[in-house]
Design a binder for this molecule. Sequence first.
Ligand code: SF4
Length: 184
Amino acid sequence: MLERVGLQPVLAKRYPHELSGGQRQRVAIARALITHPKFVVFDEAVSALDVSVEAQILNLIRELQAEAGFAALFISHDLTAVRYVAVRIAVMYAGEIVEAATAETLYGRGLHPYTRGLQAASDLIDDENARLADASEEVAPEGCPLTPRCPIATEKCGLEHPALRQIGETLVACHHPEGPAGHA
Ligand code: SF4
C-alpha cells in the first residue's frame, strides 16, 4: 500500500515527525485505502501543503481513484484544488448548500452570487475571500444569510429564505440567480 501511494516501504518504521508533510499525507491516504473502501472523504486533504506538494497529492488522489474506482467527497476551501479534482461541486455558505452543479457548468456559469464572488475573489486577494465567506453578521433566520454582503440583495432577501431549486443543470438557492437583471 505504501508503494501504491509513492512511498518506500522502509518508511513504515519511521515516526510521524521523521516524515515530511507530503509523506504524512500519503501515509494517511494509504491508511484510508488499505481496506478497499467504496467511499472516501478527503477533508481539507491538501490545505497544509505547499503548492508543489499539493499538486502531487491531487494527482495521486486522481490516479488512485481511477485505479480503484472508489467514490470520493473532497472538502476544501481551495477552489483551484476543487476544480482540479471534482466532477460535481456543491458550494456551501453558512452551513447550507447554496449551489450544486457539474464542475464544467459551475465554473462556466456560476449562478449564485456567493459562487461568483468566490470565483472572482480567488483571483484577487485572501482578505476579499475571507470577507465574502464571513457569515458572522446576524441575519434574521427567515432571510438569506448572504444578505449583508450580497451585491444584489433586495428586500425579499432579508425576509425570505431562498429554497434550493433547479435551474437548467444547476441547483441554486437564491431569489435572483440570474444577477441584477434577473431581479424578481
Ligand atoms: S437570495 Fe438575495 S441575498 Fe441571497 S444570494 Fe440571492 S440575491 Fe443575494
